[in-house]
Write a protein of this length. Sequence first.
Lengths: 118, 129
Amino acid sequence: MKKILFVNRQAPFGRSYAKESLDALLAASAYDQDISVLFSGDGVFQLIKDQQAKSIEQKNIASTLPALEMYDITKVFVQASALSARGLTTGQLAITAKPLNEAEISALANTQDSILSF
Amino acid sequence: MIFSLAVYAAPYSQEGSATALRFAESALRQGHQLYRVFFYADGVHNSSHLHTPPQDENNLPERWKALAESYEVDLVVCIAASLRRGILNSEEASRYEKPSHNCEAPFNISGLGQMIDACVNSDRVITFA
């Protein structure tokens, strides 16, 4: 079993990365690997609840996020400094994500076999 | 070392696709193995056979093709990402009743599982966005 970390760094709707990372993440869950996901930088915006994507004719990213748990993806992390820099708190997130500081993020990345960065 | 590459960058719009190609060429020249190149997101545009750049510019799809032929590199294009961007092989074109196709061997259209399989079977996966 390999340890694979997905890193989501982009805001949800300006580019396709948030959606395509989520698709890849759900696909990865079928392969019986040790999957983690980190939301960092502008990627923390993907986690915001009450997204109104319909008004820009998009699918709501945050409404798919609760599916991660059903797919046994429970190692969900968020960069604490990226949240605070954007005036956000974990209470505003659609799913539970464990806040990590920079040293903890380095430690997490160091233990991985592969990192897929979006 | 066994590498795989994940390419999300479109040719000519972002440097990432050309950098991925040069990385692949260098790694193979130095005797490393390239398990797979997985084209995802806008990176699927690298597989179009209809690119017609000016003659004094890099023809990236041709160079990917040459690389695949010299070293038997597995070039895989994500089906979900490619269909929505109009990258189709003859099989998908006939399935969706489209008048033409633009993706041919050595590029193979397949599923996202191939990217995860690349992670499992490679020492390093490098993303080019």
